[in-house]
Design a protein around this ligand. Structure first.
Ligand SMILES: [Zn+2]
Length: 487
């Protein structure tokens, strides 16, 4: 596309729709101050103290460890030491001199949320497909037109704003199901943004488009470079469709396969892969709508994990979310946000959708005369889906997912003393059914404070917003894609 064409389509883009219709135009009109959200800095003495100590004591919170061996507590302390959870119990006696003490009174303290499937690079395209369907809208506009227009710097901006948005909302671990590896430089840009964000992530290296793509063989280079150490927040998987060639590459590389497009329409292929012996324990299967019992048993018996994205699946036409199917076949699902071109990526939205949908389906069965309906999901179970089951799916449950002494300190502190949720009467219930990201006060990842008193730490938020906006503008211009802010 020539500069002349760019200029022309840009004008068309700015003038599209009614009045102030173009997203980029609207954003450009915001005064700089509107984008300059205050970021926490080291000037905050309490923060500096928490950052400067080997030991951090979260004092007097409602603690949901989600580890049945450790139990939950109406009031307890959590001691973090050198980035790991050292102890969880009431009344840990430790002096102010040897630990930074953080008041957790009226806070729910629990493991960070785990999102097992999100296409991070799309962060710059948020809500671009507000009312769209998977087919044809998403496949045409996002997977093809817009994704093809990404440069490495756009991947960097999209991944960074997504990862920071997750931390802001209390998600501490996520699987980036990527899908923008047009060149190795595209892959590297996304990985660099994940590293800079401080999020714990599985990078599921996935396809790209165009002549420059080195998928899937570039996984060998990634293994030898960025992922040569296991002592880091990032781990590697191979993303793809149910394709024997991709599974063979994953098995050769010794990494888990993260599979998209798993549904009743593709399960014959899944069964065939099973017959070929290509499925392994730890593989991840995404969506899984309308699978038969044969496919569910295959996933369960091979040690697979599933990732369900109920809000997106309901809104975009993937089919009925497989919450009950998974439970019925002895598979505890993990949860995921998938894309924010249409729907929120925050864990509260996903948990709430899961809770309400499962209960609706069961209650409708009872209404229709079912005498042996399945059990209604509880908030406590949904919390497990969003934490420990996510950690299992990401193959990180030895490190995170519960507040178990010895695990890494991936912890969120949720404020219960806000007007949207007070008074506090039930801890799992308030998290799953009443809270939203505004209640996320402090976030720790591997014991490092990433969000403090409501603000991201060590992040130049204004820079990230500028980068996201510029990348968005560039992708829209090169794709000649028009957005409409107001309808
Ligand atoms: Zn997806």
């Amino acid at each position: 596309m020539s500069d002349q064409t760019n200029a022309t389509s840009r004008r068309g883009f700015l003038q599209s729709g009614t009045g102030l219709a173009a997203g980029a135009a609207a954003a450009e009109l915001l005064p700089p101050a509107a984008l300059a959200q205050p970021a926490a800095t080291n000037a905050d003495a309490d923060l500096a103290r928490v950052q400067g100590r080997r030991r951090i004591l979260l004092k007097g919170g409602v603690v949901l460890t989600l580890d049945p061996q450790v139990g939950d507590f109406a009031q307890a302390d959590v001691l973090i030491e050198d980035g790991k959870i050292r102890e969880v119990r009431p009344n840990i006696a430790i002096s102010d001199e040897t630990a930074a003490v953080v008041d957790a009174g009226n806070r729910i303290v629990l493991p960070g949320f785990v999102d097992t499937h999100h296409h991070f690079y799309q962060g710059i395209l948020r809500n671009i497909l507000t009312n769209g369907l998977l087919n044809p809208d998403y496949n045409r506009d996002v997977s093809n037109t817009l994704t093809a227009a990404y440069r490495p710097s756009d991947v960097y901006a999209g991944v960074l704003v997504t990862a920071l948005g997750m931390i802001d909302a209390g998600t501490t671990t996520a699987v980036d199901t990527s899908q923008v590896s047009h060149t190795p430089e595209h892959s590297d840009a996304g990985i660099r943004a994940l590293q800079e964000s401080g999020l714990r992530a599985v990078y599921a290296y996935s396809r790209g488009a165009g002549a420059g793509t080195k998928y899937p063989q570039d996984i060998a280079r990634l293994q030898q470079t960025t992922f040569s150490s296991s002592n880091q927040l990032l781990t590697l998987a191979l993303g793809g469709t149910l394709d024997a060639k991709i599974f063979a590459v994953a098995r050769e590389a010794g990494v888990p396969a993260v599979s998209h497009g798993v549904s009743g329409n593709t399960e014959r292929t899944l069964v065939e892969l099973g017959r070929m012996g290509l499925l392994q324990a730890g593989d991840e299967y995404i969506h899984c709508n309308h699978l038969s019992g044969i496919a569910w048993r295959l996933i369960r018996d091979t040690g697979g994990h599933v990732s369900l994205a109920p809000p997106i699946e309901m809104a975009m036409g993937h089919g009925m979310p497989a919450i009950q199917d998974a439970i019925d076949h002895g598979v505890r699902p993990s949860l995921s946000s998938d894309v924010d071109v249409t729907m929120a990526q925050d864990p509260f939205t996903i948990m709430r959708s899961t809770f309400t949908l499962q209960r609706l389906m069961v209650l409708q069965r009872i209404r229709n005369g079912d005498l042996k309906p399945p059990a209604l999901l509880t908030c406590r179970e949904v919390l497990e889906f969003a934490t420990i089951e996510g950690a299992r799916c990401a193959l990180l449950d030895r490190k995170v997912g519960t507040l178990t002494p010895g695990k890494d300190a991936d912890i969120v502190m949720l404020r219960a003393d806000r007007v949207n949720v007070w008074p506090l009467n039930n801890a799992p219930g308030v998290v799953v059914n009443l809270m939203n990201p505004i209640n996320v006060e402090n976030v720790f990842i591997a014991g490092k404070v990433k969000k403090w008193r409501g603000n991201l730490v060590g992040i130049d938020v204004a820079r990230v917003l500028r980068l996201a906006q510029a990348a968005r503008d560039g992708v829209l211009r090169r794709a000649d894609f028009k957005v409409n802010l107001l309808s």
